[in-house]
Design a protein around this ligand. Structure first.
Ligand code: BMA
Length: 867
């Protein structure tokens, strides 16, 4: 009897760069010629060049510019390998990911051309493989000879003009004279200038530069290369679906479908093993290459997000039999759960809800947007995924949105989300600009890519939603005033992608874009239904693409201030964010000391927002403008933390009218200034800790009333009702004037309500309100009554005691934003960047470093400068 299909990973590649168009297959296949470097697969060309000392790390200082030449060369990968003993088996060569424009030769014979990094290239080499073989892959410069589609060109210019023209005002003359080529060349208009030339190429949009990352397109074999040795037909797809979950969860009906590469008579043998050891077997015939069977699971162990329950994973094993021989087999972890989106009418506020339901339970999605953890998408370690998704879990996140400008993530990402109980909102990889969707070849690529990715990801219990793209309809509608069918991507997002989700998934909801609303053109960006990106804060642009009117706000910074979150009535806010600096130690690792000065060319080069000084307007009206790098780190991190706190508190109080808050952005693609909560090195910022507390399953928050009253709200997103005694304190920072009351509060799951209120609360820059639960079921909530820089904090002093794997920090006087410095990556702190009123203490667990090595300081801000 044959053994089933097996894989052989091909390793030991070398790589060589040549002038575009100059490589010769016969010469390059020959022995010992030229300058070949060892290269890791999976990985990329840049990593090989860094390892060989041919380029300095492109993320360091201004090296990004010095390494631009890499994208203009053609890159050849070469591997000599011995042909395995395969008997009568079929041998296929499988490239799981070619980034991007690639031609493949085996033993000097062209196997084919491929230009989509998001689906594999596979070749039957049964007749071609020899005892010794030379495999060659050529990567042509990704944008060589690519034109900018006319439609895209027009949209870019219209969009730039729309954003630069205040309502009723004039377009600035420098904008009138711009062209797409100037934008592309100078990096102005960051996103809109980066990608117009690349929209006909299926390569991750952000690789050409974004407003959070440099223009360093990854190149190479970014996913494994394998020989697949197949004794017979193979499994081409398998689908695990929860057909029905009984309302009290006493039973589930699940089905398993199998597709094979042959229409010959075949049998599938399926085993489903529950985490606690129950085994279910099923066997069915495949007719015309496919078949399915159903399993009834009594008392199923249900998959939940971590706040609502456990993450039991069942092991699904599938064997494909031809006669009595097992010709292919696979095994993976699946979960029993159902996910849907409730879009019923919002009877109190109007519009429609956008509320995920997990196993029938309405949830408020708490989380952030995920970008690739490096520009070099082929060499991200599984450990990085474990660390970053672990940080999301610790921060009480229940959803991550895989943003459409990056990549369909590596397997390790989804496995961690399955394991840690975090739902995934999955965008298809299209972002921000018109795509030439009328091109037939591109339509074919998109359809094949969608089929591949939907089949690849559909069995993950964490998968909660497919979305067509990032912001394309929204930006298109700002430019053109409509989203009528046309050559801008319509066919992809409204036909090809939803068809693929319906054909190959069939149960996970599809959403045409993020943002998207269903109330006609006025609602395309999710104002009264669907999801919304809230960029009033930071960019100053509302969901209709409008800048503030002249005079609407006292200053530019006020028009971008985080207090604008308080007006936001989005039904599901899938992006909101504020920029900040990474920790000083992270900056020092990536920028040399002489360049580490405020707004030096290298400093600004690490800020890709369209004006690296954009944040200064917001700092001017909050903390005041920083004078040093140290202040820049503190001020920007504090502003981001305060903003995220205010936003999250507001959105959660509004549940169910708002049913999700996803921060832009969770992580970073390089060490730069961005909206991230966790920097490129994995070091969390102040806002990460603020968000962790505000996203706690049960959370309290103060709300200022216009009539001078103050309310305390409690939200409960835990699975059970909660009764707690809350101590509410109204005091001045020195502690000389303090009033405390204790109130009892009861909340039901999913509830958001006022649990305490007071009239005419005295507000002043020297006062605060504080609420803590006697049984610590929520983190303390606090409110200040002035801008950060105007707080009259008075004197304070911290006493720090080093304990085994912990620090005890105690404050005399009110300490604002108590920060434990993180001098290196890999330090885990149970909390950080918190306030301590007079006489209070906090014990912080520390992992990854000797706690005695950590400096602790509070932050005394200066007043805002409103010049
Ligand atoms: C969003 C994202 C990204 C961008 C971010 C910050 O809307 O979708 O395109 O990086 O804004 O501007």
């Amino acid at each position: 009897m044959n053994s089933p299909r097996k894989y052989i990973d091909l390793e030991g590649f070398e790589v060589r760069g040549l002038e575009a168009g100059s490589g010769d297959v016969a010469v390059l296949s020959g022995e010992n010629n030229g300058d070949w470097l060892p290269v890791q697969v999976p990985g990329g060309v840049h990593d090989a060049l860094i390892a060989a000392g041919r380029i300095q790390h492109p993320f360091y200082g201004a090296n990004e510019i010095d390494s631009r030449w890499v994208a203009d060369k053609e890159w050849w990968y070469r591997l000599r390998f011995a042909g395995p003993q395969v008997g009568a088996s079929q041998v296929r060569l499988v490239f799981e990911g070619l980034d991007t424009v690639a031609d493949v030769w085996l033993n000097e014979e062209l196997l084919g051309h491929h230009e989509n990094m998001f689906r594999p290239a596979e070749f039957d080499i049964t007749e071609r493989i020899k005892a010794t073989n030379v495999l060659l892959v050529r990567f042509t410069p990704p944008l060589l000879d690519r034109e900018i589609p006319d439609e895209t060109r027009a949209t870019v210019m219209k969009t730039i003009r729309a954003f630069a023209t205040p309502p009723g005002g004039e377009t600035p003359p420098e904008i009138e004279n711009l062209t797409v080529e100037i934008l592309e060349e100078t990096g102005q208009g960051s996103i809109l200038g980066s990608i117009p030339r690349s929209t006909s190429l299926r390569k991750s949009p952000f690789s050409f530069g974004w407003d959070f990352g440099p223009r360093i397109p990854n190149i190479g074999l970014w996913r494994p290369v394998r020989l697949s040795i197949e004794p017979g037909p193979r499994i081409e797809g398998h689908h695990f679906v929860v057909d029905k979950l009984w309302s009290r969860h006493e039973r589930a009906l699940v089905s398993v479908a199998v597709e094979a590469s042959s229409v010959a008579p075949l049998t599938a043998r399926v085993t489903l093993a529950s985490p606690s050891g129950a085994i279910f077997n099923e066997r069915f015939e495949l007719i015309d290459g496919s078949g399915s069977g159903q399993i009834s699971v009594p008392r199923p162990e249900i998959w939940w997000t971590h706040d609502l329950g456990g993450q039991p994973l069942y092991t699904l094993t599938i064997e494909l039999l031809e006669g009595s021989s097992v010709v292919d087999e696979l095994s993976e972890q699946v979960g029993i759960r159902t996910v849907s989106v409730d879009q019923s009418d919002d009877h109190t506020e109007g519009g429609k809800l956008f509320q995920f339901r997990l196993n029938g339970v309405p949830v408020f999605a708490r989380g952030a947007n995920w970008v690739p953890p490096s520009m070099f998408v082929g060499s991200i370690e599984a450990e990085t995924y474990r660390d970053r998704v672990g940080l999301a879990r610790q921060a009480n996140f229940t959803m991550l949105r895989v943003w459409g400008g990056g990549i369909y993530e590596h397997e390790a990402f989804y496995q961690e989300c399955d394991k840690l109980g975090i739902m995934v909102w999955q965008d298809f990889m299209f972002a921000c600009l018109d795509y030439p969707s009328e091109r037939v070849e591109l339509q074919r690529e998109v359809a094949l890519e969608a089929e591949y990715q939907v089949k690849r990801l559909r069995n993950h219990p964490s998968l909660a939603l497919w979305a067509g793209n990032n912001e394309i309809q929204s930006l298109h509608s700002h430019a053109w005033g409509n989203v009528d069918p046309g050559n801008w991507g319509w066919d992809f997002f409204h036909r090809i992608l939803p068809d693929a989700v319906s054909d190959y998934d069939g149960v996970t909801p599809y959403w045409p874009s993020s943002p998207w609303g269903e109330g006609g053109i006025e609602d395309i960006s999710g104002s009264s239904s669907g999801d919304k990106h809230s960029w009033e804060v930071w960019h100053g642009i509302d969901s209709k693409g409008r800048m503030p009117e002249p005079g609407q706000f006292p200053s530019v910074g006020d028009g971008r201030h985080y207090r604008r979150y308080a007006e936001d009535k989005g039904k599901f806010v899938s992006e909101f964010g504020i920029h900040s600096s990474p920790e000083l130690a992270t900056l020092q690792r990536w920028i040399a000391e002489p360049d580490l000065t405020l707004h030096s060319p290298v400093f600004d080069g690490h800020n890709k927002d369209s004006s690296p000084r954009k944040g200064d307007d917001l700092l001017a009206v909050t903390t005041g403008l920083p004078r040093t790098i140290e202040e820049y780190v503190l001020f920007t991190q504090s502003v981001q933390a305060e903003g995220m706190l205010l936003g999250i508190e507001h959105y959660r109080r509004r549940q169910p009218h708002t049913s999700g808050a996803l921060i832009w952005q969770f992580n970073d693609v390089w060490p730069g200034f961005s909206w991230s909560l966790v920097d490129y090195d994995g070091v969390p910022k102040a806002a990460y800790f603020a968000a962790s507390r505000a996203f706690s399953a049960i959370a309290a928050s103060f709300l200022d009333r216009e009539d001078g009253g103050l309310e305390l709200w409690l939200v409960n997103n835990s699975p059970s009702a909660a009764d707690t005694d809350i101590e509410v304190e109204l005091a001045n920072f020195s502690g000389s004037d303090s009033k405390k009351v204790v109130v009892g509060a009861h909340t039901e799951p999913g509830e958001s309500k006022v649990v305490w209120e007071a009239e005419n609360v005295s507000r002043g820059a020297d006062r605060f309100a504080w609420a803590s639960a006697k049984d610590s079921i929520f983190p303390a909530a606090r409110k200040h009554f002035a801008e950060i820089g105007q707080l009259e904090l008075g004197e304070s002093e911290l006493t720090v005691e080093v304990l085994p794997e912990a620090l005890r920090i105690r404050s005399t006087g009110y300490s604002y934003m108590v920060r434990i410095e993180q001098p290196s990556p890999g330090i885990h702190l149970s909390d950080n960047c918190f306030d301590l009123p007079d006489g209070r203490e906090q014990i912080i667990a520390v992992r990854g470093i000797d706690p005695s090595a950590l400096a602790v300081a509070s932050f005394t801000p200066r007043g805002p400068s409103r010049s």
